[in-house]
Design a protein around this ligand. Structure first.
Ligand SMILES: Nc1ncnc2c1ncn2[C@@H]1O[C@H](COP(=O)(O)OP(=O)(O)O)[C@@H](O)[C@H]1O
Ligand SMILES: [Mg+2]
Length: 266
């Protein structure tokens, strides 16, 4: 039996107990130049949440995600992780925060000229001191975790879109992040593959005790996996609801939110 090597991880603090705040967003305003996309966002992502950022097309979901992961500076407000305020922290602190976050982009974003193993090896060779052999073991472990055991030497073009997405997830998990960010993970997938990806996310939450922040407008995903959410309203350019999406569906009286959550079928 091979034992998975422990990734040296001296910089990252110990995981939080489930339910503690993982990301606190306060009075956040995001803008492109003078054009405000969203203002006055206030919400908390808790450890172990599958937190959904929802709202219609073009309302600012992807932009908000970019602010949360440190790629776009907000016009005002704070994004506070355990280590401190992301946009006020010194570079070392931001490095620690980004070291324990993983990101799965819309396309899966694998390099097409590299095998799955090579794709997943990238962050490991960049950020750890593991040997080639140890890296190979971690890669196999991550692929097994997403149901792709034995696909190490396949190229992205040789596998399906759903499998590419799962391989992208394996890469996002390479460094054992405790917060994973997804932008429209089921975009471009057939309903069966999309459903399998949802199941996988739920399984990973259980097994890894990770926190997920998921941008999506797929209703089936929202209700199947989300336990917490924020709804961004494109007209008023602010959030108009937050909380468990199933609870919002059962209890909210806001006509716009209801239209969104029922696809206008009410
Ligand atoms: N780089 C950019 N420069 C200026 N405006 C942008 C840029 N990226 C997105 N936008 C605008 O910001 C708004 C929100 O975009 P986005 O965050 O991609 O929305 P969503 O992900 O909810 O569909 C849209 O009106 C979009 O046109
Ligand atoms: Mg988007």
């Amino acid at each position: 039996m091979t034992v998975a090597p422990k990734i040296p991880d001296t910089a990252a603090p110990r995981p939080l107990a489930n339910g503690a705040p993982a990301i606190e967003v306060t009075n956040l305003t995001i803008a492109y130049g003078d054009f405000v996309i969203m203002r006055d966002l206030n919400f908390t992502v808790h450890q172990g949440d599958i937190f959904i950022i929802m709202g219609g097309s073009g309302c600012g979901k992807s932009t908000l995600l970019r602010v949360l992961i440190g790629l776009k500076e907000p016009a005002a407000g704070k994004v506070v992780y355990r280590e401190g305020s992301l946009w006020d922290a010194p570079p070392e602190t931001r490095a620690v925060i980004s070291r324990r976050t993983g990101i799965l982009y819309q396309s899966g974003a694998l390099f097409s000229s590299m095998t799955l193993a090579e794709n997943i090896s990238l962050p490991l060779s960049q950020y750890t001191a593991l040997t080639r052999r140890q890296i190979r073991e971690v890669v196999s472990l991550k692929l097994a975790l997403v149901g792709l055991a034995g696909f190490e030497d396949f190229y992205p073009s040789e596998i399906s879109g759903g499998m590419c997405k799962r391989a992208g997830l394996a890469r996002a998990m390479a460094l054992d992040p405790d917060i994973l960010f997804f932008d429209e993970p089921s975009a471009g997938l057939d309903p069966v593959s999309a459903h399998l990806l949802d199941e996988l996310i739920l399984e990973l939450r259980e097994s890894l005790k990770a926190t997920f922040v998921v941008v999506t407008h797929e209703l089936s995903s929202i209700f199947a996996i989300g336990n917490n959410s924020v709804y961004l309203d494109v007209e008023t350019r602010t959030m108009t609801a937050s909380g468990d999406p199933n609870k919002l569906l059962a209890e909210s009286t806001d006509p716009k939110l209801r239209r969104f959550l029922t696809r206008g079928k009410e």
